[in-house]
Structures are given as structure tokens and as C-alpha cells.
Ligand binder design. Structure first.
Ligand SMILES: CC(C)(COP(=O)(O)OP(=O)(O)OC[C@H]1O[C@@H](n2cnc3c(N)ncnc32)[C@H](O)[C@@H]1OP(=O)(O)O)[C@@H](O)C(=O)NCCC(=O)NCCS
Length: 129
């Protein structure tokens, strides 16, 4: 799993316990999942369909640097299934895990459309073709 995105926990990201607000972390993860899916499926018209159990393992604190990892674990006809892990960049302490995030590829009509992808692709390989 590649951890592409780093985030700095700022005062505006905290809950009343002075740890990272879970909703903020989910916002970051949803954006990361969307970006990952757009790159994999080569289509900007995608939506989040389903997110499985979310395990908040350890709470980050103000000033912590966290990193978000996403990888594709299955390719369906119109969907892609992702797995997510978040960890502390410096200590590698686990922060969160999600086993399944289902993203759906949409056509121009806004309905699910076949994406034609079957495996993880890398942009550098596409460009060298
Ligand atoms: C995404 C949406 C278009 C799918 O509509 P739908 O009628 O469920 O479509 P389908 O039944 O054809 O399913 C589409 C894909 O999602 C999968 N899927 C649907 N419901 C699912 C669920 N509960 N869990 C896992 N996968 C699911 C299907 O298996 C299918 O994948 P496949 O083609 O790879 O087999 C529709 O539910 C929707 O617009 N939801 C709102 C999305 C949204 O607003 N997200 C937040 C903002 S991004």
C-alpha cells in the first residue's frame, strides 16, 4: 500500500478532547479515495457508494503528521473496492483502518457504467506506452 497523502493535524481539526475530529479524518479519506479512483478508472465521474466498518485505532493529536494509504483490492464491473489505512508518519502508530470502500464509476447519464479495468495501473506506465 502506498501512503501518498500527508496531513498535519491543526487546531481547527480537533474535537473537544483535543484529538483529531473523526469527521475531518473521514473527509480526508473520502477525498483520497475519490482521487485514487479517478486516477485508476480514468474518469472524473465517480461516487462513493459504501464504506464498511471504520476502526479508529489511535487518536492523533495537534501537530501530528499523519499519512493516508489507499489501495485497490478488487475491480468489479462498474465498481472498485479500496482498502484504507491511516498511520502516524513519524511513529508508524496505526490510526485507522477501513476494509472496504466501494466507489462506483458513472457514465455521462450519472448511472453506473462499466469501467473496463481489472488491475491496478500506474500513470508512468500509461505514459510510456
Ligand atoms: C452509486 C449509485 C449510482 C449506484 O446505484 P445502484 O442502483 O446501487 O447501482 P448498481 O446496483 O448498478 O450497483 C453499482 C455497483 O455498486 C455495487 N454496489 C451497490 N450497492 C452496494 C453495496 N451496498 N455494497 C457494495 N457494493 C455495492 C454493485 O455491486 C455494483 O458494482 P459492480 O458493477 O462492480 O458489480 C447510487 O447508489 C448513488 O447515486 N448513490 C449516491 C452516491 C453518493 O451520493 N455518494 C456520496 C457523494 S460522492
Amino acid at each position: 500500500m502506498n501512503f501518498h497523502t500527508r496531513k498535519w493535524v491543526r487546531p481547527t481539526d480537533l474535537n473537544p478532547n483535543s484529538t483529531l475530529f473523526g469527521g475531518r479524518l473521514l473527509e480526508w479519506i473520502d477525498e483520497e479515495a475519490a482521487l485514487y479512483t479517478i486516477v485508476q478508472l480514468e474518469n472524473k465521474h465517480i461516487v462513493t457508494k459504501f464504506i464498511s466498518e471504520i476502526n479508529f485505532i489511535n487518536a492523533p493529536r495537534q501537530g501530528d503528521i499523519i499519512e493516508i494509504g489507499i489501495e485497490a483490492v478488487a475491480f468489479g464491473r462498474t465498481s472498485i473496492t479500496l482498502r484504507c489505512e491511516v498511520r502516524n508518519k513519524l511513529t508508524r502508530e496505526d490510526i485507522l483502518s477501513i476494509d472496504k470502500i466501494i466507489m462506483v464509476n458513472l457514465g455521462e447519464d450519472g448511472k453506473p457504467a462499466e469501467h473496463g479495468k481489472t488491475k491496478i495501473e500506474y500513470v508512468k506506465d500509461r505514459l510510456s506506452l
